[in-house]
Write a new protein. Structure first.
Length: 128
């Protein structure tokens, strides 16, 4: 089974064994763009790309932005009840947000929204 990859639009990898299109696809297939996600705290917009690769890519975090790469199996994302709502707290703020839990990690925010959208697209494709 090919490896699925989700990456921010500014990601560059000229030697990558996969390609990402610049147009939206009606159905998920090799190389699709998911819906844009607005991130209120930074006022940035995230454009998630999803594709397949014939070989497993080497993932290297950009250490200024990424503390760790967490790989979550698709079957976990598609499990009933995989996402829950939790209270997230920071210095002087708190909010309720959708959260995925995997191997001791709490995945929330734009990442959780992207994963939920991807899971929804996969479920819809499987049903249709």
């Amino acid at each position: 089974m090919p490896t699925c990859v989700s990456t921010p639009a500014r990601f560059r990898c000229p030697a990558a064994p996969w390609t990402l299109p610049t147009r939206r696809a009606r159905r998920p297939h090799c190389g699709s763009v998911l819906d844009d996600i607005w991130i209120p705290v930074s006022n940035f917009e995230l454009r998630p790309f999803v594709g397949t690769a014939t070989v497993r890519p080497v993932l290297v975090p950009h250490t200024d932005e990424v503390a760790e790469i967490v790989e979550v199996p698709l079957r976990h994302l598609l499990t009933e009840g995989a996402v829950s709502e939790e209270l997230i707290e920071g210095p002087g703020w708190q909010l309720r947000a959708a959260v995925y839990r995997h191997q001791g990690h709490r995945i929330w925010g734009a990442t959780a929204r992207t994963l939920a959208m991807f899971a929804s697209v996969l479920r819809e494709a499987d049903a249709g």
